[in-house]
Design a protein around this ligand. Structure first.
Ligand code: FES
Ligand code: FE2
Length: 455
């Protein structure tokens, strides 16, 4: 698609109308990989606790490029300043083989070095090429005595033929990487509006890994980011949220974005005295006529809503100095590929791995804190049943994303979505919105996307 055609195809009304081709065009998708996932953006790779020991590694993805997150050897004198975490591309410098295979358990492995199976080029944990067989040729007996046949040219330089090394940023145990030398420093990339919400969950805390879910969702990857920038839907789509009072339109809420409009936080507080089951105690105006509200629905196991407030939920309010704020839910989107969820006692990272214009893999990592009691760990695990591919809540999102993609495909390229709730502008740089009846975070993300994509 060339630029003039793109301008015709994008409607003029700011980002309140998103063309269907933004979700379906395979050429556009290839450019998204180049500009967003391989360009000057930071992408999530994993958690530092997944690779606790020297040599531990885990495979992950930036877009469709597979990378290895590995814990390198670090001299004792450097340990205060160097986490040892490296991210290298899983692609042999010799003939391009994706040499590192997933460990048998599908999770993490341990290696002293990486050896490509094809011709056994060997790499250090930091991606440097350590050596290769027959680099200096093979010695044979010739008619005039010993001679050397073959080998690499004399000027072949090991140090110039290692793996692709990515820039790495580790924030409170979250690991991010970028292929780009141009990407701004990581803290600047996140920005001051969003950083306090990462600090709230992670700063100064050791994490504890609780488990994974994986699913493939047949929809464009941006639909998942939109879903977590869309506070309008949870109290309407999700029977669980509206019936049991975890997310309803009358809750105190705030929508925050970074200065570029690309990252966001949806913050909300469950109403005090909200019923733990649907007992009619809710504000009727937000449940009446909502078909997903099931007044007679009860839980067989009420422990699913055994919510225990935690001290870290309360923080100084970044928007109102001198006051505090105590959200029960924060949904953080870090463009382009990470969602961080706190919904009462359940915590997870969700990694978006695109697989073509019409599909993505969604990898959930559920976690708690190292100092949790066993009781709290069990509580977090029970509440995690709301999330993941078959989660009481999240199964709805996976399905509706598939239905969205189906709608775009059936209409063809001429259609657009309508994103006018709360305004029609690009919304970038808006002050936080103090309610949830708005699509401001979706408009701002597409304003940024258009800029980054040259659309
Ligand atoms: Fe990896 Fe040859 S392709 S060693
Ligand atoms: Fe949802």
């Amino acid at each position: 698609m060339n630029a003039p055609q793109a301008l015709v195809r994008w409607h003029d009304s700011g980002t309140s109308r998103i063309p269907f081709w933004a979700y379906t065009d395979p050429d556009l998708y290839q450019r998204e990989l180049e500009r967003l996932f391989y360009g000057a953006h930071w992408s999530y790779v994993g958690l530092a606790i997944e690779i606790p020991n020297t040599g531990d590694y885990k495979l992950s993805w930036l877009g469709e490029r597979q990378v290895i997150m590995v814990r390198d050897r670090v001299a004792p004198k450097d340990r205060a300043t160097d986490s040892g975490i490296r991210v290298v591309e899983n692609r042999c410098a010799h003939r391009g083989v994706r040499f590192c295979q997933p460990p048998m358990d599908g999770k993490t492995g341990n290696a002293r070095s990486f050896v490509c199976p094809y011709h056994q080029w060997t790499y250090k944990l930091n991606g440097d090429l350590a050596g290769l067989p027959f680099k200096d040729g093979v010695k044979v007996e010739g008619p005039d005595g010993e001679c050397v046949n073959g080998g690499m040219p004399a000027d072949f330089d090991l140090s110039k033929n290692g793996l692709t090394k990515l820039r790495v940023a580790v924030l409170h145990g979250l690991v991010f990487a970028t292929f780009s030398e141009e990407a701004e420093p990581f803290e600047q990339y996140i920005g001051p509006a969003v950083m306090p919400w990462l600090d709230r969950i992670f700063k100064g805390r050791e994490l504890k890994l609780l488990g994974y879910n994986r699913q493939r969702i047949p929809g464009n990857w941006k639909l998942m980011m939109e879903n977590i920038k869309d506070p309008y839907h949870p109290g309407l789509l999700h029977t669980w949220f509206v019936t049991f009072g975890l997310w309803r339109a009358d809750q105190k809420s705030r929508m925050v974005m970074d200065e570029h409009g690309r990252h966001a936080v949806m913050i909300s507080r469950r109403n005090p005295n909200s019923p733990s089951v649907a007992d009619g105690g809710a504000n009727k105006s937000v449940t009446e006529g909502v078909t997903s509200f099931k007044a007679d629905m009860t839980l067989q196991d009420s422990r699913l809503l055994d919510v225990v407030p935690e001290a870290w939920w309360t923080v100084d309010d970044p928007s109102n100095p001198g006051t505090t704020i105590t959200p029960t839910v924060t949904m953080i989107t870090l463009f382009p590929s990470l969602i961080i969820q706190q919904q009462v006692n359940s915590l997870s990272t969700r990694h978006i791995v695109p697989r073509g214009a019409g599909e993505f893999d969604f990898v959930w990592t559920h976690f708690g804190f190292a100092d949790d009691t066993e009781e709290m760990t069990q509580r977090r695990l029970r509440q995690a049943n709301l999330f993941g591919p078959a989660g009481f809540v999240s199964a709805d999102d996976g399905e509706v994303i598939e239905l969205s993609q189906d709608g775009f495909k059936q209409w063809g390229e001429g259609g657009t979505t309508l994103v006018e709730l709360g305004g029609r502008g690009d919304d970038v740089g808006n002050a936080p919105t103090e309610h949830m009846v708005t699509e401001t975070l979706i408009r701002s993300m597409y304003a940024y996307w258009r800029k980054a994509m040259g659309e």
